[in-house]
Design a protein around this ligand. Sequence first.
Ligand SMILES: *Cc1c(COP(=O)(O)O)cnc(C)c1O
Length: 462
Amino acid sequence: MKQEGTIPYKIYLEESEMPTSWYNMRADMKVKPAPLLNPGTHEPMTFEELRGVFCDELVEQELDDTTAYIKIPQEIRDFYRMYRPSPLVRAYCLEEKLQTPAKIYYKFEGNNTSGSHKLNSAIAQAYYAKKQGLKGVTTETGAGQWGTALSMACAYLGLDCKVYMVKVSYEQKPFRREVMRTYGASVTPSPSETTEVGRRILAAHPGTTGSLGCAISEAVEVATSSEGYRYVLGSVLNQVLLHQSVIGLESKAAMDKYGIVPDVIIGCAGGGSNLGGLIAPFMGEKLRGERDYRIIAVEPASCPSFTRGKFAYDFCDTGMICPLAKMYTLGSGFIPSPNHAGGLRFHGMSSTLSQLYHDGLMEAKAVEQTSVFEAAEMFARVEGILPAPESAHAIRATIDEALKCKETGEEKTILFGLTGTGYFDMVAYEKFHNGEMSDHIPTDAELQAGFDGIPKFPGNEF
Ligand SMILES: *Cc1c(COP(=O)(O)O)cnc(C)c1O
């Protein structure tokens, strides 16, 4: 293995070098992300309205677009210490395989039992719920990583955890479901008969395999109708990006130790939380005019919110009971093709990242799933880590950038987010190995059906 000067294969931080505050990118944005709107009045959601859904301190974080640094409570830092700091790895083996002059680094967030970065926000959200004296939380989960992370956090703090799991994943990923139950969560396939909105969706679409938007509606209904419960969400929201900034802050601290400055930062984007967290301190420098970086969001071609979506106010859920968020969206009725196996299937995108993309501060790229799994397999064979299909979107784009460097001879430094491991995604890997995986790219007409569901009201032209 080649090793350059003093830069080791893995760069670890000392516990004492871990961030003590999260960084809130919104504080440095000149154009702030648009506020959440009340779906009835189209007025910005107030603290009072939001506190019925989320716990109080999280509502404060959600609405705060001026405080740059928010202290991480000691209890959360203690939990972080159980699995953080996460390593920043120099991908020497991948570089060698590609014969590229590019220098590739990845921040690996899969080194905890839940297997992804989602634990960084799960523990924060569970902590504030506990601190408020609540009994429990409800949530949705798609592929299952978020539900697993939240179950772990709730078990640690002694909170009840009710998870609505997208039906197709519930059936395809029994192991993921059992991990959640091991941590004490109750897991219900969504749509279900247990909620009003679930029954309504089942009546309209019998036999549906569910969607994240639909599971969100169910989880919110249960939270708002059960005493002592609040809803928590694993992505998309400003508060989640805030908690995930720990990824970027650690990456930057590790790189600073060796004087490494990335030219390109790449992350996969489902709802935008890992990417928002990874880029946070770098985007901060960019927003303040201190340094420039190229930032690339990578999404599946079968669920192309950034690259083909509309920038408009839309519902976050299928049941249309949640606040409206201004974001790049495919419409809340959009459900990715059932042969899409690679995750990142939410129809919308973080408002913060949407605004940054709209303002030209970052780029986006859509990739097809067979090429994503090819990248995943190459990475696994040389770097050893079995990546989550979601993470493999970032690997694909990184390999493409590194191959461009090979052509041009540029020695660019690339940082990408390796968000998690793929142990529970072996059905998807199996399809890929058996040649049964196809690439579905929605037609304009298919996308139009989703856009037709975006609410129309004055000021929401798109
Ligand atoms: C949930 C998840 C993602 C996508 O979510 P974001 O909010 O866009 O980060 C990516 N990778 C893994 C491993 C995940 O579990």
